[in-house]
Design a binder for this molecule. Structure first.
Ligand code: VG1
Ligand code: CO
Length: 580
């Protein structure tokens, strides 16, 4: 092949958000749009790092991925990349990409230097929906802000990109290595099985035998919903072939380009089928729900964990995994190096860290901030309220890992379960945790796709209010009596303890005397308008009060949050789009 230099002009708005660049497919399909972003990334990495490199290129298989992969292969070749590794059919979950970068060894002993991940995660897919792309580094984690800022800068001044001419499309449906000659020597594309490396890593972390035993227990039953995302490519291999679950335990486990027309977001609103099966739907089917249920998002880095008629909040999930990891999961048997959560995530993890005397960190939203802590050996387990949980086995959150962690805890708690005994359930584990550590009542309200200027004004008003706490408390007590006082309010700012970098404006916080919190942020993953996220949290230590209905417990704080922020006035919305 030859290298062709193509003239181009910048596009507006190619700034990577919380997790890469996400736009409507129609935007990505404009001539040069994807090419500009890919070249801007190569330029940000620098020719020295790109020449001779090995790059992983794959994703959740959403619509437009196959075209995008061919374009990126040709641009990689033209930019002097030596090898491109592609998961079969272009499928690799986000955690599997992280695993492949860190663990896979090529046929010639090569290791990967980074990856383009093609996903818009939990956003819907299809010709009228979203596509996305992000770059991950040599440690397997998302590019840090220093790199994404450089990429963005490059997109604003780009004049040309390089693409291989005369390089045929590569058949990514069959595994194997294809080699091509270019001006600078050999270039090769290696198509490999999407699951092998990831399955191997999972088997090195968990005690599969003890999980097999749990799954074989006739009192246990299991259900996994991949929402037609890429998790399906792993679920069958791991849950059915390795762990012996029934094939009928898998729901929506065939990856589809449009996720079956659904919203591949594992929460109580969008994972409808699973929610019904677990006995949490509006109507009772009359069929006894399984003991354990879980779901994943499009790229399989998120997880939702459910028990029979019971929802585990993601903030509780990470706290419970941290509290039980050492005894239940062989990988952690030597102890935890530390734990971390994102700022809006509830403080359930803080309480565990405190009890167990673990190092603890609070970082801004998005997985890229955990990676530095992990690389420095300061953090083993971390999580976010947005259904993301993970550990330092890779540098992304990991949906299937979280399910295996829960199965390990269940297996451990039931290891001496005999014929006549009742199974220790997911609900039992959570209630026991609350009894020991207290309960964080928690909810998140999302106002999706609201008018961007209204959202900006709402946030500006909240920042402005923070300058006068007396005034805030006057407003609060006028809205609802009995709510405790706001004692502190700020915009969250993070100084990375490893590299000293500072991230500002990471969310507006109102902190109450009794430990309650209200947090307001603008989403960085949407592709249209603005999305306001409101996080509401209240801590209850008194064990006689930990069994309340979530809705009742949080009603006063919800009212305060909505009125203090003048939500309806600024957004015109009387109710959120999604509550989690
Ligand atoms: C959201 C979540 C955040 C998560 C991010 C990426 O970001 O709130 O916790 O890390 O999505 O997850 P935002 O900026 O929209 O609030 V994924 O599964 O979309 O890669
Ligand atoms: Co995701």
């Amino acid at each position: 092949f030859n290298v062709s230099r193509v003239d181009t002009t910048p596009f507006d708005g190619q700034k990577p958000g919380t997790s890469g660049l996400r736009k409507k497919v129609k935007v990505f399909k404009q001539p040069h749009y994807l090419e500009n972003f890919v070249q801007a990334t190569f330029n940000a990495l620098g020719a020295d790092n790109v020449r001779g490199a090995t790059l992983v290129v794959s994703g959740d298989g959403r619509y437009y991925s196959k075209d995008a992969i061919q374009i990126i292969i040709k641009m990689s070749a033209a930019n002097g990349v030596r090898r491109v590794w592609v998961g079969q059919n272009g499928l690799l979950s986000t955690p599997a990409v992280s695993c492949v970068i860190r663990e896979r060894v090529g046929h010639d002993g090569s290791k990967a230097n980074g990856s383009f991940i093609l996903t818009a995660s939990h956003n819907p897919g299809g010709p009228n929906e979203d596509f996305g792309i992000k770059y991950n580094m040599e440690n397997g984690g998302p590019a840090p802000e220093s790199v994404t800022n450089k990429i963005y800068e490059n997109t604003t001044s780009i004049k040309e990109y390089l693409i291989a001419e005369g390089l045929p499309d590569v058949d990514i449906s069959v595994t194997g290595v294809s080699s091509f000659g270019g001006p600078e020597g050999q270039f090769e594309v290696d198509v490999f099985d999407s699951a092998t490396d990831y399955v191997k890593l999972m088997k090195s972390i968990f005690d599969f035998q003890s999980i097999q035993k749990l799954i074989a227990n006739p009192k246990f039953s299991f259900c996994y919903d991949a929402l037609h995302g890429v998790a399906g490519a792993y679920a069958k291999r791991i849950f059915v072939e390795e762990l012996g679950a029934q094939e009928s335990s898998l729901l929506n486990c065939v990856p589809k380009e449009d996720f079956g027309g659904g919203h591949p977001d594992p929460n109580l609103t969008y994972a409808k089928e699973l929610v019904e099966r677990m006995g949490l739907g509006k109507t009772d089917s009359g069929i006894e729900p399984p003991e354990f249920g879980a779901a994943a998002d499009g790229d399989a880095d998120r997880n939702m964990v459910l028990g029979k008629r019971f929802f585990v909040t993601p903030s509780d999930s990470v706290a419970i995994i941290a509290a039980n990891a050492v005894e239940s999961i062989p990988y952690f048997s030597g102890g935890l190096k530390g734990v971390a959560r994102s700022m809006p995530t509830s403080a359930a993890l803080d309480v565990v860290a405190n009890h167990l005397n673990l190092k603890f960190f609070e970082v801004p939203t998005g997985w890229k901030f955990f990676g530095n802590l992990m690389d420095a050996g300061m953090c083993s387990v971390c999580g976010e309220e947005s259904f993301g949980t993970g550990s330092d086995h890779i540098r992304e959150k990991d949906g299937i890992w979280a399910v295996l962690a829960w199965l390990s805890i269940l297996a451990y708690k039931n290891k001496d379960n005999h014929n006549g005994d009742k199974l220790v359930s997911v609900e039992d584990i959570v209630r026991q945790h609350w009894a020991t550590y207290g309960r964080h009542y928690y909810t998140r309200y999302d106002y999706e796709n609201v008018d961007a200027s209204g959202a900006k004004d709402l946030m500006a008003n909240l920042v402005n209010l923070q300058t006068n706490l007396d005034e805030v408390n006057k407003i609060v007590s006028g809205i609802r009596s009995g709510v405790s006082n706001v004692v502190n309010a700020d915009e969250f700012e993070y100084k990375d303890p490893v590299d000293g970098s500072i991230s500002k404006h990471q969310g507006i916080r109102y902190l109450f005397a009794d430990g309650s919190r209200l947090v307001f942020r603008l989403s960085g993953t949407g592709s249209e308008g603005a999305t306001i996220r409101l996080y509401i949290e209240q801590y209850e230590k008194d064990s006689s009060k930990i069994g309340r209905e979530l809705h009742d417990a949080l009603a006063p704080l919800v009212e305060v949050a909505l009125k203090l922020s003048k939500m309806e006035e600024f957004t015109g919305r009387s109710a959120p789009t999604v509550i989690t």
